[in-house]
Design a protein around this ligand. Structure first.
Ligand code: HEC
Ligand code: HEC
Length: 191
């Protein structure tokens, strides 16, 4: 009885795993067909993509975006950008497979570079140590409990009606990943 339960469990794991691998493989094929010319082999962007008036975004730090966010941008494109909505050409499955493939790209954040950027771009409102500034009504980033994904979303989109304006156009995705990891590193550890 127990052994067969373990067997079923292992079989399900293997099947789920191979379904995921197949999805990634198919995604890789679609990526080469539709995306590689701008986004490049490793997701960091081709010279062509980087020279666009609004350059490509680096897809390597994609762990800071949810699959829904990635899928949404592939489906609908981005307004006035070269990333055209592919909802007409691609099926739901294509979009899921492309997202699975994009998930294979990796970026290792650089906390030191993140600290330098933070001091340059954020400390004026958030304070050099991240504890906030009364004049700007900024929250204490050391005590903030929001996740890295949520933090990324706020940096990219801003917060409506506050001094936290969106910075998506001005900061590279790799720089956001560096800063987010710096902010996580200065958080007071909750025990
Ligand atoms: C003609 C060039 C071009 C092609 C082809 C292209 N993209 Fe893009 N893509 C862009 C540009 C430019 C941006 C950045 C737009 C902006 O935010 O200013 C972008 C952004 C993105 C983003 C959002 C990244 C982020 O961090 O905001 C995703 C996801 C993406 N592309 C996926 C794809 C996928 C998947 C394909 C293939 C189906 C594809 N792109 C094809 C130019 C392209
Ligand atoms: C002009 C001032 C200003 C600048 C510059 C600024 N912020 Fe903010 N930020 C704010 C304000 C004000 C809030 C609070 C918004 C609110 O009330 O929800 C905020 C909120 C945030 C939050 C949400 C924290 C939480 O727990 O809710 C994060 C994360 C954040 N900022 C990161 C950054 C980063 C990273 C930079 C640098 C790239 C930056 N900010 C630059 C003013 C600023």
């Amino acid at each position: 009885m127990r052994i067969s339960a373990i067997f079923v469990f292992v079989a399900v794991l293997i099947l789920a795993n191979s379904a995921f691998a197949a999805s990634q493989k198919r995604g890789g094929w679609l990526y080469e067909k539709y995306c590689i010319s701008c986004h490049g082999q490793d997701g960091s962007g081709t010279p062509y993509g980087k020279e666009l008036f609004f350059p490509v975004k680096d897809l390597r730090p994609n762990y800071l975006l949810t699959s829904d966010e990635i899928g949404f941008m592939i489906r609908y494109g981005l307004f006035e950008r070269e990333l055209l909505g592919k909802g007409e050409t691609l099926t739901d499955r294509d979009i899921d497979d492309l997202t699975a493939y994009i998930r294979t790209f990796r970026y290792i954040p650089n906390i030191k570079a993140g600290r330098r950027l933070y001091l340059r771009l954020c400390s004026i409102c958030h304070g050099r140590d991240g504890t906030g500034d009364k004049n700007f009504v900024t929250p204490n980033l050391k005590e903030s409990m929001i996740s890295d994904i949520e933090m990324t979303r706020i940096i990219r989109r801003g917060r409506h009606d506050t001094a936290m304006i969106n910075k998506r156009r001005r900061i590279y995705n790799t720089e956001i990943a560096d800063m987010v990891n710096y902010i996580l590193s200065i958080r007071e550890k909750q025990s």
